[in-house]
Structure formats: C-alpha cells, structure tokens
Write a protein that binds this ligand. Sequence first.
Ligand code: SF4
Ligand code: SF4
Ligand code: FES
Length: 237
Amino acid sequence: MTTFNVFRYDPAIDKCPKMETFDVKNERGMTVLEGLFYILENLDPTLCFRSSCRAAICGSCAMHINGQYRLACRTQIEHLKSDTVTVRPIAHSEIIKDLVVDMTNFFANLEKIKPYIINEGPFPEREFLQSEGERKGLDHLIDCILCGCCYGACPSAGTDEDYLGPHALMKTLRFINDPRDKGGKERLAFVSSENGVFRCHTVFNCQEVCPKDLDPSSAIARLKMKAVWNTLKNLVS
Ligand code: SF4
Ligand code: SF4
Ligand code: FES
C-alpha cells in the first residue's frame, strides 16, 4: 500500500483547501496517474484531475508531486522512493476543482505571441521545403507539450499574470528561428515589451522542472540578446 496525500478543494462548497489521505494498492510499475485512477474508481468518485494520452505527450496530467512538478503519467510511484505520494495542483492558476486548474491565462499568453508561421508570400507551388540543418535549428524548441510545469514553477509568472511565461517565450524563439517565418522583427518587438523577456530573472526553475528536458531559460536568454542587439542596431542606424 502507498499513502496518497491529495489536495482537495471545491471552490463552490469548500471554505478552504485541505489534504486528504488515501491508501492505494500499489503494483510494480504503477504510475502516480494510475494511483489517482485507483482512488477515483475505488475510493472517491468525486476526485478531479486531468489526463488524456497517458504517454507523456498531451501534457494534461502535469501536477506537483512530492515537491516537484512532473507528469503524473510518467512518474512511477517506486521511483519516488517514498511511502507517501503528495499531489498538489500546478501553481499560479485558479483552482477549478482539486487538481484541475484554469489554464485560460496560460493559453491566452501563448496566443499573444502568434504561435503560427507568419508569411505573406510569395508561396511555393506545393510546400516550403526545409533543409535538415534548418530543421535542426528548431530541435528542442519544437518539442514543448504545453504541460504548464514551467509556468507553475516560474516566480515571475506567480507575481505577474501578464508575464508571457517560459512556454510562450520559448515558442517565440521557435518561430524566430524558423526560416519560413517572416515575423521575426514583430515577434522580437513584442517580447521585448514590459511583460516579455526582461521580466524573466533567469532563476532556471523552468529548465529544472521541464518533463521533456527542454530549456526555456536559455531560449529566453537568447531572446534577450537578440532584443538588446536589435535595440543597439536601431540606435546606431
Ligand atoms: S517548456 Fe517544458 S515544462 Fe514548459 S510547457 Fe513546455 S514541456 Fe511543459
Ligand atoms: S528562468 Fe525566467 S521564465 Fe524560467 S522560471 Fe525563471 S523567471 Fe521564469
Ligand atoms: S496524460 Fe498526457 S502527458 Fe500525462
């Protein structure tokens, strides 16, 4: 048996949040997500959490597990090396119920950076071809699954809901580095604004917690350098 300590809160009826304890029958290889399903199916059908792919692809099961942001579907209970599994929701977002948070702001910030190719043509007859080297330049930047772990761990996101956040800033570099995209200048100007790259204090929390081993903090540092370089160029021209 493993003890699950789970954050519970229903803003519609509860005055304040509480932690609730459940005994979960633990089998070898069981993940934290499977533990939560065990609770849902055997102990408390009112427990709320998100999940979909169960394969570390969709990003919906991100939560705070034993002191760190992780994907519940890819965290095996035995790897936590503890008799207790403590699960809390992602921070910096309003709680809808239990482990489910409102991701509206997270996705609204992503939308603000225009997460699609900007190119007004002329367009090729069939498709834009990309060389192997050009595609390589997008490696890692393109692999974000928008789980929100970095956003929950980011102190700047916690103190300023308008801060674009590590996920949106890294995505900006993904498009700036894509030769098919012609919106580089516009993008750089946008992220050089008050709620963009200079709100980041480079404390590397985002890099530390990313379950896909991506490095948003370095992406933001590269954007900062590009922004400064751009300003200098404008000053001397
Ligand atoms: S950068 Fe990593 S932690 Fe942040 S949303 Fe993308 S996959 Fe999740
Ligand atoms: S490095 Fe920047 S974006 Fe990443 S957690 Fe720190 S403040 Fe947030
Ligand atoms: S359920 Fe999709 S990433 Fe965990």
